[in-house]
Ligand binder design. Structure first.
Ligand SMILES: CC(C)(COP(=O)(O)OP(=O)(O)OC[C@H]1O[C@@H](n2cnc3c(N)ncnc32)[C@H](O)[C@@H]1OP(=O)(O)O)[C@@H](O)C(=O)NCCC(=O)NCCS
Length: 186
């Protein structure tokens, strides 16, 4: 069984270029603004965006959730908000969970931040929570994301054909997963 205390006590995880802290009300403005970024929305396949009030409610309600992890990605130096990630759909019986990550703007991508954040969270997911399997969905056109997930030990397990209809074109999604022991420690 997994250690549910490791989900209740939301951690702060500190790396070289990112610091992961519990997502909370203080991140509302940045979280809302990130949802408006057109290119990030395309990569996530998000057709709409949250209203400010929905973003506020989401950030405020995270502390009360002991069944998932929602972390803000901050710059260690100045605390600048860089994005957020979640470990969700946790199945304690199966020791599995889903993972998602989004940096808040394209200017933050390609600098190794996503890889470092993913490595930090996988280490926590496997070593502290005690998960066996972490899975995710990614659109097949998102080569940067796929490269990061592969380099962290994820393997493609399946293809969900024509999952996304974006500006008149259909795109496949990939199911990827990493098992405990199969991930790259930082
Ligand atoms: C996906 C995401 C988290 C990746 O984080 P990142 O900080 O941008 O990625 P990194 O800089 O850590 O690593 C990028 C890697 O992709 C590679 N890469 C970049 N563009 C690529 C491309 N077109 N094809 C193949 N590889 C590519 C880089 O070479 C690098 O690999 P390396 O470390 O082996 O050199 C981030 O880009 C993001 O949040 N994007 C916006 C939202 C999104 O796409 N979320 C994921 C939804 S599933």
């Amino acid at each position: 069984m997994i250690r549910t205390s490791a989900l209740r006590e939301t951690p702060t995880l500190v790396g070289k270029s990112v610091c992961l802290v519990p997502l909370g009300p203080e991140h509302t403005d940045a979280y809302f603004a990130a949802g408006l970024d057109e290119e990030v929305r395309r990569l996530k396949g998000a057709h709409g965006h949250l209203t400010y009030e929905q973003a506020r409610q989401w950030c405020e309600s995270r502390a009360g959730r002991s069944d998932r992890l929602d972390l803000a990605i901050l710059a260690p130096g100045d605390g600048r908000y860089l994005g957020e990630l979640s470990v969700y759909a946790v199945s304690p019986e199966n020791e599995t969970a889903g993972y998602r990550i989004a940096l808040s703007a394209i200017e933050f991508t390609g600098r190794g931040l996503g890889k470092e954040a993913t490595q930090l969270v996988l280490e926590y997911a496997f070593d502290r929570i005690g998960l066996h399997r972490v899975w995710l969905y990614v659109y097949a056109f998102n080569m940067r994301a796929i490269a990061v997930y592969r380099s962290c030990g994820f393997h493609v397990e399946g293809r969900l054909r024509d999952s996304l209809l974006w500006e008149g074109r259909r795109h496949d999604a990939l199911l990827m997963a990493v098992l405990r022991g199969g991930y790259e420690r930082s």
